[in-house]
Structure formats: C-alpha cells, structure tokens
Design a protein around this ligand. Structure first.
Ligand code: ATP
Ligand code: MG
Length: 249
C-alpha cells in the first residue's frame, strides 16, 4: 500500500534518517520500532509529506493520498482542536472530502463511528477537554477512519497513556485492522505493545534500518545486536504485555 524507498533526511550536517526502505502491505500491521531519536517520526513525516526528504521517495498504491492515508498522533491532548465538538472533529473529514454533505447525515455517521471505537453516540456534543487520554485517542481513531482510509499511521499512539488504557486503545486498532482491513504503520518504542499488534517489524537504530522481519522471526531469533538489546530491555515477565494478553481474551 505504502512504500518508503531510500528515504534520507538531514538537518544541517546531522543525518536523521538514511536510506530507509520498507513496504507496508495491504491489511498488515507493520511496527516501526527504535529508541528515542532513532528517526521514527522523521520517517513518518517524510511518508506523509510533512517533511521533504533529501533523497528517496514515497509510493502509495491507492488513489487520493490525502484521504487514503490518515494519522493518529502521540499526544491526545494536543491533537484535537479544543474549540470543536467531537461531532465537528470526527465529521470534518466527511465534509472536507465531500463524503457526507448534509449535517444530519454527518451526525449519523459520526454516531456510528463513535460506537465503532467504543464511545457513545451521545458523546458527540461534548468537547475534547471532558475526555480522558484514552477516550481522546478513540476520538482521534474515529476521526482517522471516518474518511475510509486504506492506511493508518499511528506515531506512538499509546505512549502518553496509562498502561491499563494502552491495552484498550491497542485493541481498538486491532479491531479496525480486522473489521476494515486497514493497513497500519504502528510506531512505538515499547516492544510489548508491538508484539501484540504487529505482523512485521522494522527496527531503526540511529536513523538506519537495523533489521526487518516477521514478528515471529524477530522475537524468536533477533539477528541485529541492537534488536537483541531492545528485546532484552523488555522485562520478562512483562506486566504490560501480560495485561494486553489478558484483555485480548
Ligand atoms: N526539525 C529538526 N531539526 C533538527 N533535528 C531534528 C529535527 N527533527 C528531528 N531531529 C533529530 O533527528 C533525530 C530523529 O528524530 P525523530 O523525531 O525522528 O526520532 P524518534 O525516533 O521519533 O524519537 P522519539 O521516540 O523520541 O519520538 C533526533 O536526533 C532529532 O533530534
Ligand atoms: Mg517520535
């Protein structure tokens, strides 16, 4: 669905990412992992056109990139306009992309979207300030899926949330993958969350790809020393992973 081909981005003489290539396939969840500063967000910004790479290109297999590729950001307190109601926030894309021109039609669609992410129809007339972090991420997900995208890019969507709430939001994303057949690029530094959600992983180290593989390959047999050290940093037994596993049942 979405391909990064040799993406390189420099800030002055500092190379933030170098020769990053990977493909997000239809219907898969691809994890982009690495420590803070490894270049995850720079890669995402190049992918969605917020930053122009110094080299390389992005290819998208579908039509209408702006509608087809949607994002969920890390900070649910900064990513929702505080002056807009939930109905306006979630319905905006329906209006902008001409999907639902009548306001009654949009309200009805928004109600359905809110229920899809585990919120209530009656939440639509409230403002973001009256929702918790986890609920705000559900609103952000509803906004993203409203325009029926092919690709969802989530840049550390649960890092700012309590661990117990992380599992709920990850479950919503997993449901979206299963119900809508979405391709998801999921950025994280927490390997427990990634393990639960992702089919394949791309591991970044210092702006370069350290390793790429299926979840099974990487967790059972990490090849790059950097991946091994990232995995070693996940405590075992892992309470976060355990909670995710339990909530998944
Ligand atoms: N606008 C910028 N100007 C200068 N340097 C930048 C800029 N944006 C990012 N960088 C640098 O590029 C490197 C990669 O940053 P990036 O935000 O992509 O990392 P990240 O993997 O997303 O980290 P985190 O997990 O903390 O979000 C970092 O060293 C960062 O300081
Ligand atoms: Mg980042």
């Amino acid at each position: 669905m979405l391909t990064a081909d040799g993406l390189t981005k420099r800030y002055g003489r500092f190379t933030a990412i170098e020769d990053i290539s990977f493909t997000l396939h239809a219907g898969e969840v691809l994890g982009l992992v690495g420590e803070s500063g490894s270049g995850k967000s720079t890669t995402v910004r190049c992918l969605v056109g917020l930053t122009k790479p110094d080299a390389g290109q992005v290819r998208y297999a579908g039509p209408k990139f702006r509608r087809g590729v949607q994002m969920v950001f890390q900070d649910p307190y900064a990513s929702l306009n505080p002056r807009m109601t939930v109905a306006e926030i979630v319905g905006e894309g329906l209006l902008v992309h001409g999907i639902e021109k009548s306001s009654a039609g949009r309200r009805s669609r928004v109600g359905g979207l809110l229920e899809q992410v585990g919120l209530d129809k009656s939440d639509m007339d409230r403002y973001p300030r009256s929702f918790s972090g986890g609920q705000r991420q559900r609103i952000a997900i509803a906004r993203a899926i409203a325009v029926e995208p092919k690709v969802l890019i989530c840049d550390e969507p649960v890092s700012a949330l309590d661990v117990s709430v992380q599992a709920q939001v990850v479950n919503v994303l997993r449901d979206m993958k299963l119900e809508l057949g979405l391709s998801i690029l999921f950025i994280a530094h927490d390997l427990a969350v990634v393990r639960y959600l992702c089919d394949r992983l791309v591991v970044l180290d210092g702006g370069r790809i350290a390793e790429t593989g299926t979840r099974e390959q990487i967790y059972a047999n990490p090849r790059a020393p950097y991946t091994k050290s990232l995995l070693a940093a996940v405590p075992v037994p892992d309470p976060a992973a355990e909670r995710l596993r339990r909530s998944a049942r």
